[in-house]
Design a protein around this ligand. Structure first.
Ligand SMILES: Nc1ncnc2c1ncn2[C@@H]1O[C@H](COP(=O)(O)OP(=O)(O)OP(=O)(O)O)[C@@H](O)[C@H]1O
Length: 312
């Protein structure tokens, strides 16, 4: 089956900064694809090109077989876009907001009312439809925004960090929403810097760092590429950067990163290396507060590929 979204060799610079460099990926119907990367990696720039609000310097975007261009709206009509910043009217009710945006999409009368009711149901806001949007919690506003993106029945839904800054309960509700929408056949492109979210939600993940897609695959494929590795996570007191340097030179240590007082170390056999890692850290006068050994996850993949912590 033809992909719903095909991005080929996307590139975009701002002055001397190459924000997105040669990025290609595809998405099938019903598939959730997560662009995972730290702040400034190029996620928003990539999806801005996918949704047609930013012109690429090179490369192309094809949606449901239609090339995205500034002249022809055919491809754009297949896309629902939920930006990071909320775009809704606080002094209108939830329903009025949706009706307003439905009119912008050319829906009116009974068809619009039916569609609005359906969308309210999908995003779980039917009970609060009559309340002003300004009385909604952050998570509910975000869900209303998702609803706006769904009004015109897109084939591709693009969400830019939809759970940023919302409480855990709303975060779960949004994730559940995304899951149901994907099950109904929508292709979903999702950006996040929350590794757990990408692990839970996405069929495939593209790891983006400094504008480049450094790896792509299912969680399993990405983790398997690492081979038999472990992650040692330490919480320390003292100079974490000095500890990173000391640990980095040890045999069997493949990557290290410090983030505040946390130290992540990727090794090829934790039981064999743990004593040496602890000794190296302590040699610098650093106190180890806690130690955890875990199976590799996407965080480990990212650390191994880039030498950086995803959270950093
Ligand atoms: N309009 C712009 N003008 C200049 N530089 C920009 C512009 N937009 C983005 N950048 C730069 O391009 C790089 C990528 O930014 P982008 O917003 O795509 O990253 P991101 O991965 O979405 O980060 P975040 O998680 O913080 O949203 C950053 O270095 C950013 O400062």
């Amino acid at each position: 089956m033809a992909p719903v979204l095909a991005c080929a060799r996307l590139r975009r610079s701002f002055g001397d900064l190459v924000a997105v460099d040669d990025v290609s990926f595809e998405l099938a119907a019903g598939e959730t694809y997560g662009l995972l990367g730290p702040n400034g990696a190029g996620k928003t720039t990539t999806i801005s090109m996918v949704v047609g609000i930013l012109e690429p310097d090179a490369g192309e975007v094809v949606v449901a077989g239609h090339r995205l261009t500034t002249r022809d709206a055919t491809a754009k009509r297949r896309i629902g876009y939920v930006p990071q910043e909320l775009a809704l009217y606080p002094d209108l009710t939830g329903r009025e907001n949706l009706r307003f945006f439905a009119r912008l999409y050319g829906l009116s009368g009974r068809a619009a009312a039916r569609r609005v009711d359906h969308v309210l149901d999908v995003v779980g806001l039917t009970d609060r439809a009559k309340d002003l949007a300004k009385t909604y919690s952050g998570g509910m506003k975000r869900r209303l925004n998702v609803g706006i993106g769904l009004l015109h029945e897109p084939e591709l839904l693009v969400l830019d960090e939809p759970t940023a800054g919302v409480d855990p309960q709303s975060r779960n509700a949004i994730m559940e929403n995304v899951r149901e929408l994907a099950a109904s056949g929508l292709a979903i492109l999702y950006t996040t810097h929350y590794m757990e979210e990408a692990e839970r939600l996405c069929d495939r993940v593209g790891i983006i760092d400094s504008g480049r897609l450094v790896a792509e695959g299912t969680r399993r494929e990405l983790v398997d590429r690492l081979g038999e590795h472990d992650r040692i996570s330490l919480v320390v007191q003292g100079d974490a950067d000095a500890a990173v340097r000391a640990v980095g030179g040890l045999p069997r240590v493949l990557a290290t990163a410090a983030h505040d007082r946390e130290l992540d170390v990727v090794v090829d056999d934790a039981s064999a290396c743990l004593p040496d890692v602890l000794a190296a850290v302590r040699a610098d006068g650093v106190v180890v507060r806690s130690v955890e050994v875990s199976e590799p996850d996407l965080e480990t993949v990212f650390l191994h590929l880039t030498g950086k912590a995803l959270r950093g």
